[in-house]
Design a protein around this ligand. Structure first.
Ligand code: ARG
Length: 411
């Protein structure tokens, strides 16, 4: 009988290389290394299989899940309008459930008993991976080495690696904890832990410094059908290409940087820097289109749903009945969200530069300051009297009570 198998979420970095060895020693498992290609970039995926085998894995899977990530996760998120704490476009959070889903699928395919990941015991990512696994296959055991082993730091990992003949990946000393995918890149830790300090200029990867952006603005038009973007500047693009194209455009104007202190699920505040160039354009343009096409009450209600939706993505609650029910609501609001929005980008900033939709509810004849025969301004008087009736009543009662009190005081 062969050994039991564990599926490891493998990145090729130092931590997960050490984890391969540690899992073998500690649990005597055969290691199935799984890397999800979520658009972390060529560099990170190069030579991964060989690296994993050298570190001691017996099987390696590199799965391109970029299209699934965009179509089934990012686009529904954009439709929902989810933004965490007003700033974070959820780039790391949205990728975790789909990676978790792949880990489960492969575990089932190869007959693994357990899933392991390299997320630390302080972050959100451990929660997100594990919620996905629990939701999709609660019988899989979950192993999180960072919560178990005695290693505390990067140098502990390096020592462990040299003591166990693990090839140390030749990456430059990492000054930050970085997570990159098609949608964004995040930086945390290191000197960023001082929230009173600007990040180093050379840290950024997807956007240029807004101060060094071109002196000429650029316009970009994004077209949506039922809330799903499908074309940039009139050119139809597949989901992955569309995001890549928008990343290029926004990136060269320095659009999409965020510096924030956020509330983690585990309770502490952390400071992070994000670059989400294309996502910033998409989120903004989608909202513009909704403001142009949705009726007032739906739009307002949707805004409250967006807060909850963002929180659920951040908390790793993607595969839950409530999130799915909210998605159902969001979906039905998107019927009319078809049309194009143009944006003008300039030195880290963007403004709306044009709106076009056959489904708009904007009616210039209605709102015009010029004479019109659609709207009788006299009607506004009755509306104000009735809608303001509670104010009128309270005003009257307050005055009556005040007068009574004054009379009592006098007598
Ligand atoms: N704070 C962000 C979040 O929780 C980013 C996390 C980045 N993760 C990482 N392993 N570097 O979504």
């Amino acid at each position: 009988m062969g050994k039991e198998k564990v599926v490891l979420a493998y990145s090729g970095g130092l931590d997960t290389s050490v984890i391969v060895k540690w899992l073998k020693e500690e649990y005597n498992y055969d290691i199935v290394a799984v890397t999800a290609d979520v658009g972390q970039g060529e560099g990170e995926l190069e030579g991964l299989e060989e690296k994993a085998i050298k570190s001691g894995a017996s099987e390696v899977f590199v799965e391109d899940i970029r299209e699934e990530l965009v179509t089934d996760y990012i686009y529904p998120m954009v439709q929902s309008g989810a933004v965490y704490e007003g700033k974070y476009l959820l780039g790391t959070a949205i990728a975790r459930p789909v990676i978790g889903k792949k880990l489960v699928e492969i575990a089932e395919k190869v007959g693994a008993k357990a899933i392991a990941h390299g997320a630390t015991g302080k972050g959100n990512d451990q929660v997100r991976f594990e919620f996905a696994v629990k939701a999709l296959n609660p019988y899989l055991k979950i192993i999180a080495p960072w919560r178990e082993w005695g290693l505390q730091s990067r140098s502990d990992c390096i020592n462990y690696a040299s003591a166990h003949d693990i090839p140390i990946p030749v990456t430059a000393e990492k000054p930050y904890s970085i997570d990159r995918n098609l949608w964004h890149i995040s930086f945390e830790g290191g000197i960023l832990e001082d929230p009173d300090r600007l990040p180093d200029k050379d840290m950024f990867r997807l956007t240029c410094d807004p101060m060094e952006a071109p002196d000429e603005p650029e316009e970009v038009t994004i077209s949506f059908e039922k809330g799903i973007p499908y074309a940039v500047n009139g050119k139809k693009l597949k989901p992955v290409e569309l995001i890549e194209e928008l990343n290029q455009i926004a990136g060269r104007h320095g659009v999409g940087r965020v510096d924030m202190v956020e509330n983690r699920l585990l309770g502490m505040k952390s400071r992070g820097i994000y670059e989400t160039p294309g996502g910033t354009l998409l989120t903004f343009a989608h909202r513009e289109l909704e403001q142009y096409t949705l009726d007032r009450e739906t739009y307002h209600y949707k805004e409250t749903i967006a807060l909850k939706y963002a929180e659920m993505i951040y908390y790793g609650l993607w595969f839950t009945p409530l999130r799915e029910a909210l998605a159902g609501f969001v979906n039905s609001t998107q019927e009319a969200v078809t049309g194009s929005i143009s944006l003008r980008l300039f030195k880290g900033n963007m403004v709306v530069a044009g709106r076009d939709s056959e489904h708009t509810l904007y009616n210039p004849d209605m709102v015009t300051f010029e004479a019109d025969d659609l709207f009788d301004q006299k009607d506004a008087q009755g509306f104000i009297n009735l809608y303001g009736l509670p104010l009128t009543i309270k005003g009257i009662m307050d005055r009556q009570r005040k007068k009574q009190l004054q009379e009592v005081a006098k007598s």
